[in-house]
Every structure is written in structure tokens, then in C-alpha cells.
Design a protein around this ligand. Sequence first.
Ligand SMILES: [Zn+2]
Ligand SMILES: [Zn+2]
Length: 419
Amino acid sequence: MPSLRPSWVIQQVVPPAILTYFAWAWRRCTWTIGRDYLFLGLNHRWLGAFYMAATNILIPSVATIFLRLYFLPSTQSVPPCRPPVDIASLKCVFECSPPPQALDDGYSLVVRGSTPAPGTADSLLSHCHRGRCGGRWKPARARHCSECGVCRAGFDHHCAFFANCLTAPHLPAFLALCFLTPLAVFVLATPVYWPLFFRAIAAWKESQVDPRAVAWWSWGPSWIVAGGPVGRWVAGLALGWRALDAVDGGLVAGSQRLEIGCLCVVGNVLAAITLALGWSTYTHIRDGELTVDKERTRALLRTRDSIAKLVAAAQPVPPALTADLERFGPRHWFFVPTPDSATWAGVILPTLPLERPYNLGPEGNLDQAVSRGRGLRWLLPWVAVRAGMAQDEVLCWPLDPDVAARLAQDADERVHAQT
Ligand SMILES: [Zn+2]
Ligand SMILES: [Zn+2]
């Protein structure tokens, strides 16, 4: 049974509220602003027709992408319980857990034999025992989402807007949603920005004389019940606006009534949030980082802080904390098989201090996770809803070719040094 945590409640409320807003905006933009105000009221036939067409392209596009993300199955990007056969049989390069002796710098382990000993892959891989995972394989760049109770490969963040995790295969859809929403709001609100601005000034003046609004201003609890001084001011303005609407019906075909003002404000708030979310997601993808990488850095700083405090208090540092330094540190460990003809051999190698194994450069990172060789066409709604990275790439994330070559050469040298 879902617990009644605030985040759970928010997730039940926000997506239906957003869908209701889309329907409300579509109706008001098509009929009130497009037809009644621009087409019939101002007699701008072409502008009205263009505006109605834009409404019926932009709002359904944004709504479709939103629905695509909202209806993602709960099993999306959940890694399989067992790793793919190439990893299980140690035939490809994959990120593994730090070996127990990892704290000795430059440590590497050569495993060799006729075949891998049973359970070798399991001992090298991470497993998750939290929530509903039950010991599930946890690939590199996967993270356990405590909201969903499962691990997700290519995890970016859990999004309350669509009550699901954002993972690598759905980054194009998410970014398209984040960038098309402000575009839609800008295009559809432009014809009413100025009229609504002057209407708000008139409503403010009206709120100084309208009896109900005057009563509101002089009512002491108005400072508290509307959520503080800003809420008090907004409520007073709304009362003045409503009084004005009662007199003139919202001027040209009702296009300047309070309801249209609210529609515009909500749209602009949504546009600001999505633009900020979209830009931060876009920049960290460009830099080769998922949100999970940033959290790893934060966890490292926290661990260093805890150790520094223990040392300052002359208390012993538990081995688990020292191990966390390695776990969250910038060093990644890879199992690298060597193309040894007769016997099976593999080496576990750390990355070098400045190596970032998953960074393909700004263009490479964006191409891999977002554009996928489609230029800017990924922004088109029908392209955006198609998945980005494929499941097998997300389970075994592509490495920077330079790092992969260095690892292969290093592994080869170590195997040969031992023979
Ligand atoms: Zn998990
Ligand atoms: Zn989640």
C-alpha cells in the first residue's frame, strides 16, 4: 500500500492538474482568444486563423509528450535480475565494484584460468537489496529510486511532474517537453500580454475603490489566510479584477477577464520551471554527467566531511567510511578481458585521475543521449517520443574510445608481464 508521504500525494495531484491545465488552455486559446478576440473581436482574420492553428499544433504536441512520459510502464529501465550474457561470461569490458584491496593505489587483479570460476561475475558486480530489488544486478550509472522502490539503469532523476523516473532512453522526450512548453506559452500568450498588463493595472485601481476589495485590505487576517503578504496582494488584485469583469464582461469578447489572466500566469510559471529544468538537464548531459554522478560527488564530500570530523575529535574512522571514499570517489574500476587465445584472462583496472570514462565530449554526449544523429529533429514531438538510448547501451554504458583503448592496452601489458 502506498504510504501517504507528501511526495506521493504531490505525485497524485500534479499530473492530473497539468492535464487539466492543458485542456483548459486549449479551450480558451482556441475559442476565447483565437476566435472571439482575434478573429471576430479585432477582425484580424489571418492572425486569428494562425493563432487557432498554432494552438492546435502546440498544445496537443506538448500534451502528447507529457502523456508519453506519464504512461511509461513502472518497469521502464529496470535492469534485469541477472546481467546480460556478455557480462556474466566476462567477455566484455564493464564497470565493476572496487576490489577489496582497492585502497592500495594502482592495484589491479589478474584473473586467469581455463574458464571463469563460477560466480566470478557476481563477485565483481554490484547488487541491490533495497525496496523491491531483492538482490537485483545494479549496472554502472544505475540508481535505486526510493520513490519507485526499484533500481533504474541510466537514472537521471525522479520527476514529480509525471510521477516516474527520468532515465536515459527518455531524455529526448523530457528535453523536448521542457523546451516546447515555454515556446508554446510564449507564442500563445503574446497576443494577450499587453492587454492583460493594462487590465491588471486597471484591476489594481479598482481594488482601491471596490467595497469588497476595500474590506479585504482592511481585514487583519488577510495577511495570513492568503499565504502571506504576496498572497494578500494577489487576492486583493483578483477581487478588483472580478469587480471590473462584472462591469464590462472582460472587455473584447471576455479576452481580458480574470480567468484569462490566471491562465496566462499559470502558463508563465510552468514555462519558467520547465525552461530551468530543461536547461540544467541539457547542460549536465552535455558535460557527460547524469544527476546520479552529481549525487556521487556530493556523497564523497559528505564522507570526507565525516572523516575530517572524526579525525579532529581523535576518534577512530570506521572501515566502512574509508571504503565509501573509494565508492563515491572519482575513480571507476573496470573489468577488462584480454584477447588471450588459449586461456581465459581478465584484469581489473582503475581509471587514471583525470580520466572520465563516460565523457564523449560535449557533442558526443549530446549525440549519444539526445540527438542520436538526428540533428535538431529530436525536438519534433513525433521524433522526441521515440526512445533515445537503447536498453543494451544503458545497461553497459559506452566508454570514451580513448579510455577504452588505454584500458585494453594496460590490461594486455599486465597479462603478458605475468606470463
Ligand atoms: Zn535497487
Ligand atoms: Zn522513481
